[in-house]
Each structure stands twice: as C-alpha cells, then as structure tokens.
Design a protein around this ligand. Sequence first.
Ligand code: MLT
Length: 409
Amino acid sequence: MALINENYLKLQAGYLFPEIGRRVREFVEANPDKKVIRMGIGDVTQPLVPEIIKAFHEGVEDMAKTETFKGYGPEQGYDFLREAIALNDYQNRGVDISADDIFVSDGSKCDTGNIQEIFGASNKIAICDPVYPVYADTTVMSGKTGVCQSNGYFDGIIYLPCNEANGFIPELPIERPDLIFLCYPNNPTGTVASKEELKKWVDYAKANKCIILYDAAYEAFITDDSIPRTIFEIEGAKEVALEFRSFSKTAGFTGTRCAYTIVPKELNAYDSNGNAFPVKQLWNRRQSTKFNGVSYPVQKAAAAIYTEEGKKQVKEVIAYYLENARIISASLKETGFTVFGGVNAPYVWVKTPGGISSWEFFDQLLNEANVVGTPGSGFGPSGEGYFRFSAFADRDNVLEAMARIKKLK
Ligand code: MLT
C-alpha cells in the first residue's frame, strides 16, 4: 500500500498565489468586459534588458555549434557566472565570499524549500509572522511541525510577530530555535533591516548555535547605502548564515529562472553526537544528486547582468519599479490609508480600511475597483487586517489602479 506524506494534509489551504489566481479567473470569467489590474503576486512585467537578451541569444547560438555545444553543466553553476557573482555582489562591496561557496539554481522559492531536507526533522524553525508562505509551508511538508491550531499557528513553529508596534522587525525569540528564516527587504511588509538589527540576529545565532536562512531576494531594491545588502556584511555571519539571492526580481528572471544560494564553507551544523559538520557539503550532495543545473543559455544571460552595460540597464528597470512603489505609497496615503514599506522594497503594505478583514478587502477591491492585491492574512495570522500591493506592474496600470481606489474611497 502506497502511503502519502501526511504532513501535506496538515496544510490548511492551497498555496496562496494559485488561490488568488483562481479567484481572479472566476471574476474575469463572470465579468469579461472588466479590465482587471494585477498587483497581487510579485511578478515582473518589464522585458529582459537588451544586454541580457544579447547574451541569451549568444548562449543559444553556442548550443547550435559542435565546438561550443554544452551537455550537462556543473550542478553548482558555471564558473563564469559564479565568479561574476562573487566579484560583483560581494567582493567589490568588501564582502569576502568566494565563487566556490555559490550554488546557482532555478529559483529562491525552490532553494528556500529544498534547504529544509538537509536539516533534521527535529529542528525547531522560527519564522516571522507575516511571512513569505514558502518558509512555513515547506516546514510543515518536511515534518518539522504538528497540526495547525484554530488561530492559524502550527504547533512546533516559533512565530516571530512583526507588527506596527515593533516596526515589522521581529524581536529575538523567547524559545530557542535551531533555524531562523529572515527576509530583508521584507516580503510582504516591505521593511528593511539595519546593520544593528542584523548584528543582533547574528550574535544570537552564534550564542545559540542556530543557523539563519537569510532571504535577500529583494536586495537590488535597496538604494539607501546604510542598509546592508547581504547578511555577510555582518561580522561573523559566515559561521551562522546562508543566503538566498534571486535574479527574478533583480533582472526580470521570473519566467527565465535563475538564482543562487551562498553556503559559506565556515557554516556548520551538528550531528546527534554534537559533532560539527559543514552545511556546504550536504547542500552540494543534495544539489548534485537531485539537480542538473540551470541551462547554459540562461546562465549566459544571467552573467550579462554583471557587464557594465547590463548593470546600467538593470538599474533602470529597478528604478522603474521603485518609482511605482513610491506612487502607490503616496497615492494610498493621500487616499487615507495607513501605509508601510515601499521604500528600498517593491512591496507596499497597508492597513485595510475600517478594520475589515484582508480577504474582505481583497473581494471589495476586485469587485468594485477591479484591482488585485494580496490579502495580508495569506502571509500568516499577524497579516490579518493588512493588504499587500506589488509594485511589479506597468506604470499606466499603477496610475489607473490608484485612481480607481481613490474613487472607491
Ligand atoms: C510574491 O509575490 O510574494 C512573490 O512573487 C512570490 C515568489 O517570489 O515566489
């Protein structure tokens, strides 16, 4: 008899974004004449920049010639991309990360989920609340939790509430976790963490033998030089943290798929006898067994992000989305909403008007303004009463959506 992984049955609902997609599809089918503006899932709308497209074509051409054709590539990624990442994202910023600590992958969503399997099921995981749902759902899938309580919290997860009172920055936990997911710039609240804040977590992790799983997928949206762009700017972080980075939002790769994870050689976890073991070895074993690497043309395209022209072109696209975020924040504030985030981040986090629930506001916006956002409660119980707008949209649509919401108010 084939048995299922019953941890999957503990999950309360379908994954958040397909659920939103389903509701929007239903609405569109019932209202074919309405123009729906989508600001829900953070999916890019601007095309890949010319420098990336040029390299992508070159990669495809290489595959057409015997001399340059590539079969299986290194599971960890081609050296040309790993070296470009190490130099541009770390060494040039004074952070000592070497190419061989970099694992190129097909996405941070996959990596933040897959990483769970190299850590034992008895690990206690701490996650922020609200949070990117992948961390919580994959913690449940991997058997590290009990059941979900009526308040929406899973037994066995240590929740770190992020609310207005603490500026959406979590306090250190009372109960000691083993693994801690942190994400800055934050999805969904759009807040950023200062150096002092991250140092507090690195020191805590050191003192308690924890590992920080640091998601920096939105790092490219930081324009304030005082905000750390990588956790490895913090002294000692290489001994207690690994970092996820993605080209999805940085350079429009949501459909192209390319990301990377830094697992420093200094990072150890422990076996049941308390012996230290390099996490990098386990991740390398996992990746080389279950993953055959990202396609060569895609890695060629990703490497073009680091050419002088590529950097310039990508920066312009980021500036475009940041301007969207500014417009959304300013317009919603003017309309009377309480607004957070949206600076150094592509997400704007707002309080629902009149204290209505997140899903009620979702329905109201969809039905009356034909605008889609993401209900805060989809990110966890502390997200109830909040709503997320994504700045990944065309400018005209952003302006029209804001005008419709103003009228609604
Ligand atoms: C989001 O909207 O939170 C993100 O697009 C989801 C993702 O990156 O997987």
